[in-house]
Write a protein that binds this ligand. Structure first.
Ligand code: GUN
Length: 291
């Protein structure tokens, strides 16, 4: 049976380290780390993510700057808000929740975020540096950083290993592939046009599942002893639950946990770590601002 990686517990440990550092920063330098979370429109999933991020900030003593904008706002207006946040010395991190409404060009908005405040790590220049050998981005995107942190804290080595990433999104699949490559893994990306992904996944010492397909990765696809990090958060109907649904990953946990060496559960795996990495990036940015 696999070791189940407890993301909630690891996140808790890191959060208490961050809380101590936030307190120290404020006592020693009078500086309170500040994070601006910008949300455009009323998507339910985005609102729920944003609530979680804002609450986590408040819990750790990081100051929130809430920017809630209407769905119909123009691209120019959103960019104006970003510029104001760029200029505000109390704001150390700026996060624009994605996806943005269709009439707003995501790349244009993300490119306007000051590189020094890009705690999501989505600025094209930060992603570009992530892709290049010998260059380091100012910030690494939070979910990919969470995946690698979970591997390293579980004692899973990456160097020279075969890693398969399932999914190629800008937010997870692509940047986690680049991060694994930087850590000297041999990386393959499987995606919706990959035929028989199971043949590739069976070769993997490390599997990062970020396809957004409930339980698509079966236990029989996993190499015995592999480390499996499940980024999927798919909601499936469950009439036995009060909410009427429950969250499941991209991996069939019940099957895969019998074969894998390590596995993250959903919920309670990558999710709590992602937000923690955002808080860590915000603290880091505040620390850099006093150097
Ligand atoms: N939408 C889904 N995940 C994320 C994320 O990590 N950051 C932002 N900004 N938007 C998202």
């Amino acid at each position: 049976m696999a070791t189940v990686i407890d993301g909630k517990a690891v996140a808790q440990t890191i959060r208490s380290e961050i809380t101590d550092e936030v307190r120290l920063l404020s006592e020693k330098y009078g500086k309170v780390p500040g994070l601006a979370v910008v949300i455009v429109g009323n998507r339910q999933d985005s609102e729920s993510y944003v609530r979680t991020k804002r609450k986590a900030c408040a819990d750790l003593g990081i100051k929130n700057f809430d920017i809630d904008l209407p769905e119909q706002i123009s691209e120019a207006e959103v960019i104006k808000h970003v510029h104001q946040l760029n200029a505000d010395p109390n704001v150390h991190g700026i996060l624009v929740q994605l996806p943005l409404p269709k009439h707003i060009n995501e790349e244009k908005v993300l490119t306007e975020i000051s590189l020094e405040k890009d705690v999501d790590g989505f600025h094209p220049l930060n992603i570009g540096k992530l892709a290049m050998k010998g260059r380091d981005p100012l910030f690494v995107p939070c979910t990919p950083k969470a995946c690698l942190e979970l591997l390293s804290r579980s004692g899973v080595s990456i160097k020279g290993k075969r890693a398969v990433v399932v999914g190629r999104s800008n937010i997870v699949g692509l940047p986690v592939s680049l991060l694994l490559l930087k850590a000297d893994a041999t990386v393959t990306i499987a995606h919706s046009h990959t035929s028989q992904p199971e043949d590739i996944i069976r070769e993997a010492d490390i599997v990062i599942a970020a396809a957004g397909q409930a339980k698509m990765i079966k236990g029989s696809w996993i190499k015995p002893g592999a480390a499996v990090i499940d980024v999927g958060t798919n909601s499936v109907d469950d009439p036995t639950r009060k909410a009427g649904y429950r969250l499941v990953g991209d991996v069939d946990f019940e099957e895969a946990s019998k074969v894998a060496g390590w596995i993250t559960p959903v919920p309670g795996g990558v999710g709590p770590m992602t937000v923690t990495m955002l808080l860590k990036n915000t603290l880091e940015s505040a620390k850099r601002s006093i150097e």
